[in-house]
Design a protein around this ligand. Sequence first.
Ligand code: DI6
Ligand code: FE
Length: 408
Amino acid sequence: MTLTILDNVKLAAMSSGNGYDLVDDAMVIVESSRIRWAGPRADAPAVGGGAGRIDCDGRLLTPGLVDCHTHLVYAGNRAAEFEQRLEGASYAEIARAGGGIMSTVNATRNADDDILFAESLPRLARLMSEGVTTVEIKSGYGLDAANEIKMLRVARKLGAYTGARVRTTFLGAHALPPEYAGRADDYIDAVCNEMLPAAADAGLVDAVDAFCEGIAFSPEQVARVFDAAAARGLPVKCHAEQLSDLGGAAMSAKRGALSVDHLEYLSADDVGVLAAHGTIAVLLPGAYYVLRETQLPPMAAFREHGVPMALASDSNPGSSPVTSLLLTMNMACTLFRMTPAEALAGVTIHAARALGLAERIGSVEAGKSADLVLWDVDHPAELAVNLGLNPCAAVMAAGTWRETPYFA
Ligand code: DI6
Ligand code: FE
């Protein structure tokens, strides 16, 4: 049994989901991979002489950050589409002309495991350099069984290599591949009857996602994918109401989705449906920023109904080439008018809930995994202030200090 005392910290425990739960003069006791005790120094229990004590010099201590929505495994880049958008083409127009997600599908299908791993590793490393200890990674650029499985396999390898806790999400219903042009229902049959079963049988699926949108799949088609997931006992989540309001979020909430993500076009009425079903709203300000969206998610209604708001990078080559949760926090505050406390809860406890992992991670509480970050700041609000400054001083993941190069 290894005991480590992190002494003299300013603790933002993030345990209530509402505010920082700040303790100015705090101590955290780590036993092996878990938090044994956290709270005011004055109340700390006595521990035996064998414990290692680290004086943290009053630094801020938070839970490890959780990026609960990424597409960071892919090959190639979409710089040419960035230029097209600057000349006035829209994201949806580029997608309908066969670019967008499909251009990344072509590059990803042509990449082997090693290339995919090598191209994706810097993105994960960059997220981790800012204190991310858990990251969700989706498939969705393979769009056939072999290539979806390849993406999920590479995502798991990235976790094993870096020590990040990686959760893999099957997103076969992300876009319609050209070989199924005009036959979307047949493709959904293949997703339900061939691709998802093959990926799940390979042990590579923690959850199932789908893109419910005019340029992707209808709520009815997504519901079929969710039925196939439910038949295998897999949790579901949905990209919904990103570009238009098709009712995908309410449909997903009624089917017990862990989260619904994007939500700029969600109606205030449907916010009540999320609240009634305990669904987490995952907000993705990187995509809002990059696409120069002007329709804000229904922030006031989320607060009024008490719908927990998580935040994620949506790291992907098109709509959100973002590999920074700190920048994401700043964008959520600047663009969506979240408070810095809401933003930090969004990348810790609420993000953990969006992954169904809140029993184990997302806050600094006894019994949870010792995923902890020390920051060179005076107050947690500072984490949302700077663009491009990384005040991460040290990261502990499951009780072990992380080594460079994953923080720098
Ligand atoms: N919405 C998004 O923001 C990403 N996927 C989705 O359904 C974008 C994926 C991409 O443009 O490559
Ligand atoms: Fe996404």
